[in-house]
Design a protein around this ligand. Sequence first.
Ligand SMILES: O=C(CO)[C@@H](O)[C@H](O)COP(=O)(O)O
Ligand SMILES: [Fe+2]
Length: 240
Amino acid sequence: MNPTRRAPLLAPSFLAADLANLQAETERLATSAADWLHFDVMDGRFVPNISFGLPVLQAVARYAKQPIDVHLMIEEPQHYLAAFRDAGATNITVHYEACPHLHRVVQQIKHLGCRAGVALNPHTPVALLEDLAADLDVVLVMSVNPGFGGQAFIPNTLKKVAMLKELLLDTGSDALIEVDGGVSLDNAGPLVEAGADVLVAGNFVFSAPEGPVATLARLRKHLDEVEAGLPNLSAASRQQ
Ligand SMILES: O=C(CO)[C@@H](O)[C@H](O)COP(=O)(O)O
Ligand SMILES: [Fe+2]
């Protein structure tokens, strides 16, 4: 089968932004190649780190021009879904490992009018999503262990993305495949070739000397060149 491809979306992660200047960071991303704004919420329980939460999301949403992609690395996310929607989330992704009643949580997110995503830790096999795949808008593949930015990309992710792509095709799911952690120019091309639709990048985008806008433009140009060599892909097919 030769499925229709989608142009990859870019989602810079605020975890690596200048947190003392979130208004300025959000405003400069507004005119960048960013398609989504990735917002990492950590509770110090599901992951061994605490980041930011609802009031910070509310503040960012006041200046955001792109959809906000909320990645909940928290236990019992079901208690906070409506609050994150109200604070400005467009997409809400919960972790497979944090939700014993994942089907119910996904339905709750969809009833709130948000895109529903499920994230998989590096050790969680994609096959575990077989019975839920058709209900999902996004599957987020963690390419580092969640909890921190700036970690090294786990190479096995490439194989995992390819397996997930097969599973989505087999189950008739049109969920986007999002990859998160250690993404850079070194692996963006192979990830897209393997089937990734959304690339999250934190440190690569915000720590570059030329700044996030120029770095995102460089990433987009690189992906345009990769796309030119791939079948059934055009910039017009990019979905937000
Ligand atoms: O969810 C997470 C980490 O848990 C990510 O979204 C990171 O924020 C990505 O940062 P880099 O690995 O690209 O620096
Ligand atoms: Fe994330």
